[in-house]
Each structure stands twice: as C-alpha cells, then as structure tokens.
Design a protein around this ligand. Sequence first.
Ligand code: ZN
Length: 230
Amino acid sequence: MNRILVVAAHPDDEVLGCGGMIAAARDKKRDVRVIFLAEGVMSRYSADQINSPAALEASRLRNANAFKALDILGVPADQVFVSERPCCRLDQASLLALTQEIEAHLKDFRASVVYTHAQNDPNIDHQIAFKAVLPAVRPLGPQSPKAVYSFEVLSSTEWNPAHPFQANCFVDISSSIDRKISALAAYGDEMRPAPHPRSEDMVRSLARFRGAQSGLNYAESFNLIRAIES
Ligand SMILES: [Zn+2]
C-alpha cells in the first residue's frame, strides 16, 4: 500500500476527501500522486463566459492553489496533475477518455491503492470520477491496484441524505488534521464561515465524528470498494 493514487474531480476535493490521509502517508514516506479530472471554477460561469479572461484567470489560480495545498501535505509538484476540463461539465467529456487517462496514470505510477469520489455523491463530476475510475481499476493483471476506496467531500457528499456515505474504513489523522486545515486555507475563498460545511469548524467536526466512530482523536473515513489481501 505504498503507492497511493488520488483521483479527484476538482482542486480542493483531494484535501477535503483525504488530505489528512495524504499527509500521514507522506510522513510514512509513501508515494502519493494526485490527478484532477477537471478544473474547479467554470461552473460559476455561463457557457459563453468560460473562455473569458476573468474565468480563465480564476481557473488558473485555482489550479495553482492545488500545488500550494498539496505542497503543504508533502506531495511534490511533479506528482500533481491538474486539468483544464471545465468544472461540472464532465458529462460532456468522453467517459472512455477519462478512464484511459486514469489507466495511464495507474500504469505509469504503479499505484497500489486508489482513492476517489463516492458513488452517490450528488455532484455530477464526482459521480463521473467514480464511474471513470471503476473500469480503470478492474482486477486484471499485476498492475491493478490492491485496494480502491471512496472518500467523502464536505459540501457535496452529505447532500444526498437518502443515500448517506457508507463509512467503513478509517485513517488516523490526529497528527495531520492541522495540515489538512492549512491546505484548505491555501484555496482561499473556497473555505467559508461556519455553519457552511466547507468551513474549518465543520471539517474538524467531521474528523472528530469519524474519530468517535473509530476510537481516534481525528479520523478520515472511507468506503472500501475492493481490497485484495496478500
Ligand atoms: Zn468537487
């Protein structure tokens, strides 16, 4: 489990979903690669505005913030892969192309474990990330990862309460919760005041609650999709 590939839809999902796990893994000298399938701001612009200078600059800034956030978590810049696909329009992309892109990273990075979005997340790009990852990680051959997990993203995953996130695996982030908060701060205005779920208070509260479920001070939770024991 020493080579961790995180497949996130947008910059900030990786920190909200598994930033504490990433920092803890880097502390243990595990290799981490993060790929984004889309950028993170174009959903705020109409179709005829997404190529405007203001939109392109905002998108560039968000992608630049991803490198800052992941640097705080210990991920080197050459293991961060941003995208220019417009946010919340992955339904207009080729699912096959997304899967092939993920497969190329799996092969190149030789990932042993993969983390991605949850199946029932209401965000369209998060759903498509899950759909694109699943065929890419099919258990064929020695290059398939040994474990695949979904993560939860505050201000998205919890907004499908009829199909709540199935937390059945936990990672101790007691030593990395503060770096997770600092990494989120690198995204600037993406963080909001409480009681918005994307606030420091709520990120800490969720980590405390997941810790309460697992006997830890602070935890991130994951849903195990598949694991092959060795
Ligand atoms: Zn997202």
